[in-house]
Write a protein that binds this ligand. Structure first.
Ligand SMILES: Nc1ncnc2c1ncn2[C@@H]1O[C@H](COP(=O)(O)OP(=O)(O)OP(=O)(O)O)[C@@H](O)[C@H]1O
Ligand SMILES: [Mg+2]
Length: 265
């Protein structure tokens, strides 16, 4: 549970070449402790790049990132990983498919316990079993099953547990239900809401689902061409319907389409 400040984030990929791409364009955001942001935007809008910037996957051209009062702009990505949990569309990213569920959980847990992976004791095992039982997926009896053998939904649920077991300061979800069938996606989304609420996590979730973007979380952002073009929260957000959000989305992202048309025409 922590606040996050993004100050003037700027990133151009392949600068000075014909492929130069401004992926983040002066992104500034104040995210309060306990905020749950849903992030929308067309393909290529810069959503995943924003997450990668927060995770320290590349050097920014400009800008500052402050997590829980600490300037992490120059912190190496593996050191940020202690404080930031993340989940991707592909359930296998971020987990070790050849290790068992229990081993994966133990590995994730050592981040918090700051002790050796091999020191996981019986009490920890019992704790993992309790957590898995709460998922209601029958995984508590399959702790010795290799992660790679689980179904997509089971893996995402287990991955969610792993991403949050060390109580991260920030949880980043990049379309984490997009590869699941609708019923399973709904289950994993419900689980996400529960875990975020129970652990009072500060969370950002990328989705292409307008309904989920409004129903889940506390604040909705839209990105376009590397910028945040819409930011709604509170009563304004509560009063929004999905068709209204869709219309705002189209209006706010129209600019780039018109620009493209102007360039072409
Ligand atoms: N490592 C990279 N090198 C070069 N270009 C990149 C790199 N990462 C992202 N880009 C470009 O930056 C832009 C933003 O990409 P990004 O992946 O952030 O989009 P996105 O909003 O997550 O889209 P999607 O909804 O398709 O996942 C795209 O034009 C992409 O091609
Ligand atoms: Mg993306």
């Amino acid at each position: 549970m922590s606040s996050l400040s993004l100050v003037g984030l700027q990133k151009t990929f392949e600068p000075g070449t014909p492929n130069a791409k401004v992926a983040l364009d002066r992104v500034s955001l104040e995210i309060a402790d306990g905020d749950f942001i849903t992030l929308l935007g067309s393909n290529g809008a810069g959503k995943s790049t924003l997450f990668n910037a927060i995770l320290g996957k590349f050097r920014l051209d400009r800008g500052k990132i402050i997590l829980d009062g600490e300037d992490i702009t120059r912190l190496k990505d593996y050191r940020r990983a202690y404080h930031i949990g993340c989940l991707y569309q592909n359930p296998l990213l971020g987990t070790a498919p050849n290790m068992t569920i229990e081993e994966n959980l133990a590995l994730a847990y050592t981040r918090k316990a700051s002790r050796s992976f091999f020191a996981v004791n019986r009490r920890d095992t019992a704790y993992f079993r309790d957590l898995l039982r709460e998922l209601h997926l029958g995984l508590e009896d399959r702790m010795k099953t290799r992660m790679g053998l689980l179904s997509g939904g089971q893996r995402q649920a287990a991955s969610l547990l792993m991403a949050t077991i060390a109580e991260p300061k920030l949880l980043l979800l990049d379309e984490h239900t997009a590869a699941l069938d609708p019923a399973t996606a709904e289950q994993v989304m419900a689980l996400t809401r529960r875990i975020v609420a129970e652990r009072h996590l500060t969370c950002m979730m990328i989705t292409h689902n307008m309904q989920a973007a409004l129903e889940v979380g506390t604040r909705t952002l839209v990105m376009d061409s590397g910028r945040v073009v819409l930011d709604v929260a509170g009563e304004e957000r509560a009063a929004l319907s999905v068709p209204q959000l869709l219309e705002m989305f189209q209006q706010k992202t129209q600019r780039s389409l018109d620009n493209d048309r102007m360039l072409l025409g």
